[in-house]
Design a protein around this ligand. Structure first.
Ligand code: FAD
Length: 376
């Protein structure tokens, strides 16, 4: 059978990689819109301390974090070693000891089903400072050793390069759905008509407009994020842990002095890719309050991305009810780097007609679709 994947952020890149690796004939069409979420993403892989109570979300995030072990090994076997993935651990910092107690309890409880969390320890102020020397005084922390960070851009490129090695074709263009009557036959690009047996849509924030012409209202929305990269003189930053502060921000360190701080959560912006004064102010203000030691860092770049959301704030995966040869996944929201590689592997299996381990009813595509009866 032949497959087309529309959209190659982390989700589509993973889907294409797994499809191609299984020997399928895959063509990937990706426009790489400005604001691709994967390209801007920070890269925390640490779902276990989240206070979000939704079980379906947690299951997926937990599977996703766990799956990195297999994925990175598989990519390495394909010669793709530049993924930016590293298990550096995380410190969740706070000034309130009660809050830290609760956090630690939650971590122990979750470790019963998720040994990937690794070692859990409580660090007093001096040890917390030693873990991340740029921090403000007064923070203690819960340290968990199993947390990781990943460079979304690098991982996505590695997956696509891996897919190519297994025979996938990559086209850099915008795709439209090609249909005859009710059946989706493939895609149209600006220069070609490409037919395929199956079409897989992993188009993130742009999926809604793709389905519009066939009378399907896929209710995917998105949230704008601005995120900043700092460059420090200090080079030895590659093993610093992820910092999860009490506010809604985070601080990540990569190799050779690169520090990533962010991000904003902006609703109802439309596809506005501008870096704004308010966005930059918020990111810097919140980060420097937590880690004043970063104040001397040079501002290297500011990225903008659109996190795709569904109405239920849960990822969705499955076939399109009215078009059984069309599959989609979406709604990865703020945890798509964690969930995306795994969900892509499942989407590939689904499209190949293989059994998958996820209970699909918990991530139903139908919940996000309003079919327009008057079309067709
Ligand atoms: P995208 O990465 O947006 O990819 C969609 C792709 O589809 C794009 O390349 C687009 O051009 C293409 N496309 C769309 N329509 C068409 C078309 N018609 N034809 C051709 N191509 C098309 N997650 C974490 O787990 N940890 C984090 O620390 C984290 N931090 C983040 C920080 C920021 C600033 C942002 C923005 C996100 C963050 N996320 C994080 C979330 C994560 O990045 C996203 O959930 C994830 O990248 C979404 O992936 P996606 O493949 O669904 O969408």
């Amino acid at each position: 059978s032949t497959y087309i994947v529309i959209g190659a952020g982390i989700l589509g890149a993973s889907t294409a990689y797994h499809l191609a690796k299984s020997g399928a004939d895959v063509t990937v069409v990706d426009k790489k819109h400005d604001g691709q979420a994967t390209d801007a993403a920070a890269g925390i892989v640490c779902p276990w301390l989240s206070q979000r109570r939704n079980k379906a979300w947690y299951r997926l995030a937990n599977y996703g974090a766990k799956y990195y072990q297999d994925l990175i090994a598989s990519l390495e076997a394909d010669g793709e070693t530049n993924t930016g993935y590293k298990k550096v651990g995380a410190i969740s910092i706070h000034t309130d000891e009660n809050k830290l107690d609760k956090m630690q309890e939650r971590a122990y409880k979750r470790r019963e089903d998720a040994p990937e969390i690794g070692d859990i320890s409580r660090l007093l102020e001096d040890k917390t400072q030693r873990e991340f020397p740029f921090l403000q005084n007064g923070f203690q922390s819960v340290h968990i050793s199993g947390a990781a960070r990943v460079n979304g851009r690098a991982l996505c490129e590695a997956l696509l390069a891996g897919a190519k090695k297994h025979g996938a074709k990559l086209i850099h263009d915008e795709a439209k759905l090609l249909y005859k009557g009710k059946k989706i036959r493939g895609v149209l690009t600006s220069s070609a008509t490409i037919e395929a047996d199956y079409v897989i849509v992993t188009a993130g924030a742009w999926a809604r407009e793709l389905f519009e012409p066939i009378g399907i209202d896929l209710q995917v929305t998105y949230q704008k994020a601005q995120i900043m990269h700092l460059q420090l003189d200090e080079e030895d930053t590659g093993s610093l842990p992820v910092v999860m502060p009490p506010n809604d921000q985070y601080i990540l360190a990569f190799e050779q002095g690169k520090i990533v701080i962010g991000a904003t959560h902006e609703n109802d912006t439309g596809f506005d890719y501008r870096v704004t004064a308010g966005g930059v102010y918020e990111v810097l203000n919140k980060a420097l309050e937590i880690a004043p030691g970063l104040a001397d860092g040079a501002i290297d770049e500011i990225r903008v991305g659109f996190r795709p959301f569904t109405p239920g704030f849960l990822p969705i995966i499955g076939a399109v009810p009215s078009h059984s040869n069309v599959f989609l996944a979406n709604g990865l929201g703020a945890s798509g780097l964690t969930v995306g590689p795994y969900l892509g592997s499942q989407l590939a299996k689904l499209a190949l007609g293989q059994e998958i381990e996820l209970p699909l009813e918990d991530y139903s595509v139908e919940d996000a679709i309003q079919a327009n009866k008057y079309m067709f």
